[in-house]
Design a protein. Structure first.
Length: 243
């Protein structure tokens, strides 16, 4: 199968590429101006891991000759066809598929390549478990809203929660309404680019569960007060009928 023909993503929404361009902009510009090859692991293999300068130096390659390259961290790489094979200096042997490549232009309108890889050249891969601590409401809020671009979705969910109101309804109606708010909120959260990547990849189920738990906790923060009073009223009404 031709993997390169099947897989695609927007590199500008890839956290690895975003961090390189933003936090390590001077390194990115140096690579672009020198037309070095930049390797970017596919979006769902990076997860929410803390990226360091060493990670980017491992993924920026300078050609030695032919198919031989050396990373900025002085490690050897061989590129043959659609496969990148890491060599001396890397912690473990890996042969990694190139999913696709894109051409970019530097300030002198010179072309350089960015390769999207099946997994990182070194470090965490899609088989590693991302460590996400969710021990408090604050952890959930941080998990949901710490990334840029989340404010619009947060406001949408806040409005959705604030509209939650049911007068003198049955317990089933109350629970159904709360469930509907939660399901809508989860749909809103998955509109964020940093969570869309969790809908694919080998640790999809784990991260999807984390999103759902955090969203449920956040929604409960809004609706719990009304829920308590509404449920209490429903039970009182039922007891009156029984009595």
């Amino acid at each position: 199968d031709n993997v390169m023909a099947k897989y695609d993503e927007d590199l500008h929404e890839n956290v690895f590429f975003q961090t390189l361009v933003g936090k390590y902009g001077s390194l990115f510009r140096e690579a672009a101006e020198n037309k070095w090859m930049i390797c970017v692991p596919r979006v769902d293999t990076v997860g929410r891991l803390k990226l360091t300068l060493a990670d980017f130096e491992n993924h920026i390659l300078r050609q030695i000759e032919g198919s031989k390259f050396r990373s900025l961290s002085n490690k050897l790489v061989d590129i043959s066809g659609d496969t990148v094979t890491v060599g001396e200096g890397y912690k473990e042997a890996r042969s990694i598929k190139i999913l696709f490549d894109e051409f970019f232009f530097n300030s002198r309108d010179e072309c350089y390549s960015v390769f999207c890889l099946e997994q990182p050249l070194e470090g965490a891969s899609s088989d590693d478990t991302a460590v996400i601590k969710l021990e408090s409401l604050n952890d959930c809020v941080k998990f949901l809203w710490e990334d840029s671009g989340s404010e619009k979705v947060k406001k949408s969910i806040d409005r959705l929660c604030q509209l939650f109101e049911i007068q003198k309804s049955s317990l089933r109606t109350i629970l159904d309404a709360a469930s509907a708010v939660y399901n809508r909120a989860v749909q809103e959260v998955f509109k964020l680019s940093n969570f869309r990547r969790y809908q694919s990849g080998s640790y999809r189920s784990f991260c999807k569960l984390a999103v759902e738990v955090c969203t449920c906790t956040y929604v409960q923060l809004y609706v719990r007060t009304y829920m308590y009073s509404a449920i209490n009223e429903a039970y009182v009404t039922q007891c009156m009928y029984i009595g």
